[in-house]
Ligand binder design. Structure first.
Ligand code: ADP
Ligand code: MG
Ligand code: MG
Length: 256
């Protein structure tokens, strides 16, 4: 039974030209998918439309998420309802929040989701215990959470902070948009290891990436190549290796 089912999804920037031109995708619990493609093919748009970004307008198709409480028509849900249903979007360019400590920010995010799922908010001490567990799991130092959110963080630290948020929010479906961009090899490995540790048989991950190198450390079950708003090819993890060897052009040409 699919956890996420996308059928013929079409979308554009409000009043703009079409960007997504008919995406079909089925994700089962426990799976990891990679969406690859050249710049401007619509990868980020796909993740933003699934998350309910207000700049975009859906012009066709459906997106259905399976939850323990039944299936949800995501396109009909407000962005916060999508988050409550277990959707998480990790950003390519995480926001800086000067003057707010990372711990305060993480606790607010955690309690918002916690409350939305019908649980009692945690007091700072209880939260700290959970946070400590996640820091240890991901090998992140405590110093990291005292600092203002993402301010003066390196590229790698910002991406690790996204993974820390993911660890705390325990999403059913995580969409990670270019978590590999701008990272050196060590940071890339740390981020990939974090994602691996957060996988369970009940959750699913979508890695959105331009480059194959992230997939040296994370092996997706399915790879989809996007071009001009559609998936032009889907396959196993070997498809990513083929892209690495031959670039995008051959596949674009062979699809044309
Ligand atoms: P990718 O993530 O694959 O690089 P994007 O989804 O960012 O692709 O962009 C796909 C196309 O949609 C591009 O032509 C881009 O310029 C356009 N686009 C995406 N978001 C916006 C936006 N908010 N405003 C205007 N154009 C946009
Ligand atoms: Mg881009
Ligand atoms: Mg993008």
């Amino acid at each position: 039974n699919a956890m996420l089912k996308i059928e013929q999804l079409k979308a554009r920037v409000k009043d703009g030209p079409p960007i997504l031109k008919g995406i079909d995708l089925e994700i089962l619990p426990g799976e990891m998918h990679a969406v690859m493609g050249p710049n401007g093919s619509g990868k980020s748009t796909l993740s933003r439309v699934i998350a309910g970004h207000p700049d975009y307008e859906v012009t066709g198709g459906s997106v259905t998420l399976q939850t323990p409480d039944g299936s949800i028509d995501l396109l009909d849900a407000e962005p916060h309802e999508r988050a409550r249903a277990g959707l998480f979007l990790g950003f390519q360019y995480p926001m800086e929040v000067p003057g707010v400590s990372n711990r305060t920010f993480l606790r607010a995010a955690f309690n918002t989701i916690h409350r939305a799922r019908g649980r009692m908010p945690l007091d700072p001490l209880e939260f700290d215990r959970i946070l400590q567990d996640k820091l240890e799991l991901l090998g992140i130092s405590r110093e990291f959470i005292q600092r203002p959110v993402n301010v003066d963080f390196s590229g790698g630290e910002k991406k690790r902070n996204e993974i820390l948020q993911m660890a705390l929010l325990e999403p059913r479906l995580a969409l990670l948009d270019e978590i590999d961009s701008g990272l050196d090899v060590d940071a890339l490995k740390a981020v990939a290891e974090g994602v691996s540790k957060l996988r369970t048989p009940d959750n699913a991950v979508v890695l959105i990436t331009h480059y194959q190198r992230l997939l040296d450390y994370l092996t997706p079950d399915h790879v989809h190549i996007m071009s001009d708003g559609v998936f032009i090819r889907s396959g196993g993890s070997d498809l990513a290796l083929e892209i690495e060897e031959r670039g995008y052009d051959w596949i674009l040409n062979s699809a044309a």
